[in-house]
Design a protein around this ligand. Structure first.
Ligand code: DX5
Ligand code: ZN
Length: 222
């Protein structure tokens, strides 16, 4: 049985009740806290920054999975490490020196992730996959929660899984955007290891149950 990682996105939490929502995640089947950092430059939206992450960190008891939707992420890697990041994911599109940036993330003792926008072909990772711990495939255009899942994502997941298998790597594949109980199982069957879900979890009547539902539906025998 494969254990799929469920990473609720704090972007969809109630910012006026962050402690309550952090405790909700602590006491749920969630595996990671997904943290979306947006700078208003790389993406057309600004989410939250260091002081808010510091507040989340004080209450979170699970790994912080930090997704940087910012230009020049290398400027802030050390700060995010200090703020408790266990996984730091940068965008392929924001890193002209991706190899160096990944080495910097690893030298801090974090897992290094690379995110791909919907239009970015997965084969750009062919010569760097062995240096990546996690590939985050955006299944919506980054910048906002609550968008519709892009169906072409399945194809990209299968391709990355094949690329990793061909190289004997156990690269984690994470899917971000528009994830629900309708597509979770098919994503895992295509090769996904981790699913981010924001609005589907926090806009539901019972987020704890919704996280459990995602976890259960992903229990596929492979
Ligand atoms: C989008 C973010 C996502 C977002 C997902 O730019 O990277 O993590 O929070 O939200 P939903 O699950 O609502 O699509
Ligand atoms: Zn994200």
């Amino acid at each position: 049985m494969k254990n799929t990682i469920i990473a609720p996105s704090v972007l969809a939490a109630d910012f006026a009740n962050l402690q309550r929502d952090a405790e909700l995640l602590n006491n749920s089947a969630a595996d990671w806290f997904h943290i979306d950092i947006m700078d208003g430059v790389f993406v057309p939206n600004i989410s939250f920054g260091m002081p808010v992450l510091e507040a989340i960190q004080r209450h979170a008891k699970k790994p912080l999975d930090v997704h940087l939707m910012i230009v020049q992420p290398e400027r802030y890697l050390e700060t995010f490490k200090k703020l408790g990041a266990e996984i730091i994911t940068v965008h392929y599109e924001a890193c002209p020196h991706l190899h160096r940036t990944l080495q910097q993330i690893k030298s801090l003792g974090c897992k290094a992730g690379v995110a791909l926008n919907p239009h970015t072909p997965v084969n750009v990772l062919e010569d760097i996959l062995h240096d990546i711990d996690l590939v985050l495939i955006m299944s919506v255009n980054p910048g906002f929660g609550g968008q519709k899942f892009i169906e072409h994502t399945y194809e990209k997941v299968r391709k990355v899984r094949k690329m990793a298998n061909d190289r004997g790597l156990n690269t984690l594949i994470e899917i971000d955007g528009g994830v629900t109980t309708n597509n979770a199982k098919a994503l895992v069957e295509a090769g996904a290891d981790a699913l981010v879900a924001g609005s589907f979890v926090f806009n539901s009547a019972n987020p704890t149950q919704t996280i459990q539902d995602l976890k259960t539906i992903c229990e596929v025998s492979l």
